[in-house]
Design a protein around this ligand. Structure first.
Ligand code: SF4
Length: 765
């Protein structure tokens, strides 16, 4: 790449900030915010410098490695591919296709090549034992979107640039710059909100960095958001504040929701939540009476025992108060690559509970089982036991509950391969590691996070550096393995047409697919032409299909297109290359009723699976309070996102961030002082951490950040190891899941805390 400034999108978190990277020779001289990026407008966070650290990290693998009795040994790509394909084929032919487990880590969704190549790769593996980070994160949101709007990734996004009231429960966008709300420079946008007379309310068990900027803040007991939100729904009905606005006429089962909320008055839930009845009523009234308001819930609310109900109710509250599809409320995006419409056209809106996991009977979601049951599937003998494992850009030992048990499970596999460029806490168990190119060595288009952004934009970034001929992109690795597995399955060779197809795919890569999707998408240069071809075909197909056939989603094409016609046109990959800062496609726009994908075209306010779980919520009202234990929650810091960022020297330097936060009252009671060490226990699991005493914690609640715990042997991330911390997932149980969605319970599990005595230290496994 030539010397000078190059523009691209930072892929490190969901915020999609535009960065201007100054290149001198083969080195990065500086990374700054791109003032001309239409979404981030010059903002970057401290993590952006990690782009350089990750790129230049000498511990990043450049060639495949194989584990030997004397350590890791570099091998050639062909040998690595051959061995991996043969081992996976052997597992499949000896023990069946479900004997292979696959875990996809969250960086995959920031990588268009990997996303596209994953489809044929998973088809070639053929296993039902698929896992990802979804069930440790946003699964309840996906389920609520599927159940209520008919599509698993149709998320209502807060229109933060126009709202006058932002209510944030269980989220910390000052640290995250949004999650399921791509909002770079949240701080700047919040300032603008306040300048136009608006306000922010935060509800959280910790006075977070976001809460400190709020006009109003309330502590809530972990795991009780569902009570709070149900009591807000109850208030809306009791005080006759239900006015669905744009959703009026589209909602169904309003009465069922009202009936479900009846027992949960503010007075009844007040003690449980730690929030007064008066405050709960006031929250509901403020939401209802502010025309431009948005209620946003995130990770703290979704990853708890009632995470599904809580997320469903948050969606309901926005709908009941007329905030859905309202400017300044919560709105649906119209991305340039519209996976939502594409999914609907092919009947792929998502599915849930079509089958259940072998050991615990947990439901699949979109073809994946909850990751909390990975260890069960590996350790439990019997037909379908996982014996070989594939991880792609993931570190579930640190990111899934009961990491030590998963450590044990992975160490006993017959074979494991990791597509990853680090030897980390998970990939150290692999027999072979296949390292892909680094992010700056490949092109970038954000397919996923444009679906979640607070403004419609589109941007393509070319590869900044050439990784050389002896390197492979993720998509090349996945396609090569898929191709070889298919050939082995067919006895060594494929029919010529199929063979040519594989070769063409491997030759062209994912960018022509991006171009096609842009051209035929809502802002595309060829949208009209695509419509001319597809609509007649749609009409023919519709007449052949039964009334409720999923392919009837194709009919949506006709109804979407009138809206598409009002949008700016001309988008293609070529046009994006001519605009390296990205192209602004405008603010979020009202989209009802065309953006609904339920079969009856309605918004389902009271899906059965939530109503059934309300019974459990009701029982919990009268359950005894946890006695002497403290409740554990996680937290996020602006200089961290995932565990793999901890090998960046600049991101881990300074004050130790992996600490136990505890309220002074609890610290005094337990004899803990700031800077001393605490032993935190849950059942037979324990970690030791330095203590920070702070009024920011709700009494009875302690907090540990996630992604740490780099104290395992056999990793090759020296910076991370020097700042090891402890993993919150070494404490959390993998037996606790939200029974509706199967999401891990990462917030609200009870722990005991005491002063650490050195002789009690457990030797890490
Ligand atoms: S907030 Fe930071 S890490 Fe996230 S995209 Fe922006 S610069 Fe990158």
């Amino acid at each position: 790449m030539e010397n000078g400034i190059h523009y691209r999108t930072c892929h490190l978190c969901e915020a999609m900030c535009g960065v201007a990277v100054e290149v001198k020779g083969s080195r990065i001289a500086a990374i700054r915010g791109d003032e001309k990026d239409p979404l981030s407008r010059g903002h970057i966070c401290p993590k952006a410098v990690a782009l350089q650290d990750l790129h230049e990290d000498t511990e990043r693998l450049r060639k495949p490695v194989r584990k030997t009795p004397t350590g890791w040994q570099e091998i050639e790509w062909d040998e690595a591919f051959k061995t991996v394909a043969e081992q996976l084929h052997t597992a499949r032919s000896t023990h069946g296709r479900n004997s292979i487990g696959v875990y996809l880590g969250n960086p995959n969704v920031h990588n268009h090549g990997s996303l596209i190549a994953t489809v044929p790769f998973l088809r070639a593996i053929g296993t039902q034992n698929r896992f990802s980070a979804t069930s440790n994160d946003q699964l309840p949101h996906m389920l609520a979107s599927l159940e209520m709007f008919g599509h698993q990734v149709l998320f209502p996004i807060p229109d933060i640039d126009n709202t006058d009231l932002f209510i944030c429960i269980g989220g910390n966008p000052i640290a995250s710059n949004g999650s399921l709300m791509t909002v770079p420079d949240f701080r700047g946008r919040l300032k603008a909100l306040k300048q136009r007379g608006g306000k922010m309310i935060v509800v959280d068990p910790r006075r977070t960095e976001t809460a400190k900027l709020a006009e109003e803040f309330h502590f809530v007991r972990p795991g009780t958001d569902a009570f709070l939100l149900m009591a807000m729904v109850n208030t809306l009905f009791a005080d006759e504040l239900v006015h669905a606005g744009p959703a009026e006429g589209l909602i169904k089962d309003l009465d069922l929701l009202r009936l479900a909320s009846l027992p949960f008055t503010p007075e009844v839930v007040s003690k449980r939540t730690g929030i007064s009845a008066e405050t709960i009523r006031d929250l509901a009234h403020q939401l209802a009476n502010t025309p431009k308001a948005a209620l946003y819930t995130r990770m703290g609310t979704s990853t708890q025992t009632f995470g599904s109900i809580a997320t469903w109710l948050a969606y309901c509250l926005n709908i009941l108060t007329g905030k859905l599809d309202t400017v300044g409320g919560v709105m649906f995006t119209q991305p340039a690559i519209d996976l939502i419409a594409l999914g609907a056209m092919s009947g792929q809106q998502g599915h849930f509970g079509k089958r259940h996991s072998r050991v615990k009977g947990l439901p699949e979601f979109a073809g994946e089982y909850p990751s909390s049951t990975m260890a069960d599937e590996i350790l439990t003998p019997g037909e379908g036991q996982v014996r070989a494992f594939v991880t792609v850009a993931g570190n579930p030992v640190l990111s899934s509950p009961n990491g030590r048990r998963l450590d044990e499970a992975l160490s006993g596999l017959d074979f494991m391969v990791s597509v990853d460029y680090y030897i980390n806490e998970t990939t150290r168990h692999a027999d072979i590691i296949l390292p892909p190119t680094a992010a700056l060595e490949r092109s970038h288009y954000d397919i996923i996070f444009n679906m979640l952004a607070v403004r419609n934009v589109s941007k393509y970034s070319e590869a900044l550096f050439d990784a050389g001929s002896d390197s492979r992109h993720d998509w090349q690795i996945l396609l090569e393995l898929a191709h070889r597995l298919e050939k082995l399955r067919k006895g060594g060779s494929l029919p010529i047409r199929s063979e040519l197809g594989w070769r063409a795919f491997k030759q062209t890569g994912p960018d022509p697919i991006i171009d096609l999707l842009l051209r035929t998408g809502p802002y595309g240069a060829d949208t009209g032409r695509a419509r001319g071809v597809l609509e007649p075909a749609t009409g023919v197909i519709m007449n052949l299909l039964p009334k409720h056939h999923p392919l009837r989603g194709l009919a949506k094409l006709s109804s979407l297109n009138p809206q598409w016609q009002e949008l700016p046109k001309g988008l293609s990959l070529k046009r994006l290359k001519e605009h390296p800062n990205g192209i602004d496609l405008g603010a979020l726009r009202p989209a009802l009723p065309n953006r609904l994908f339920t079969r009856d075209g309605k918004i389902h306010l009271a899906p059965r699976r939530y109503l059934e779980d309300v019974e459990r919520l009701h029982r919990q009202l009268s359950a005894p309070e946890p006695s002497d234990g403290l409740l554990l929650i996680g937290r996020r810091h602006v200089r961290s996102n995932n565990s793999w960022m901890h090998n960046s020297r600049r991101l881990v330097k300074g004050k130790d961030r992996c600490t136990l936060l505890i309220n002074p009252h609890d610290a005094n009671r337990l004899g803990l002082r700031a800077g001393s060490k605490a032993q935190i226990n849950a059942a037979d699991r324990q970690v030791i951490l330095p203590v920070e005493v702070t009024e920011d914690m709700m009494p009875g609640v302690v907090s540990i950040p996630h992604g740490w715990g780099h104290d395992r042997d056999g990793t090759r991330q020296s910076t991370a190891s020097a700042h090891a911390g402890a993993s919150i997932n070494d404490l959390l149980s993998d037996q606790d899941t939200d029974p509706v969605a199967g999401t891990s319970v990462l917030n609200g599990q009870p722990v005991t805390v005491k002063v650490w005595q050195p002789e009690q230290q457990r030797i890490p496994a």
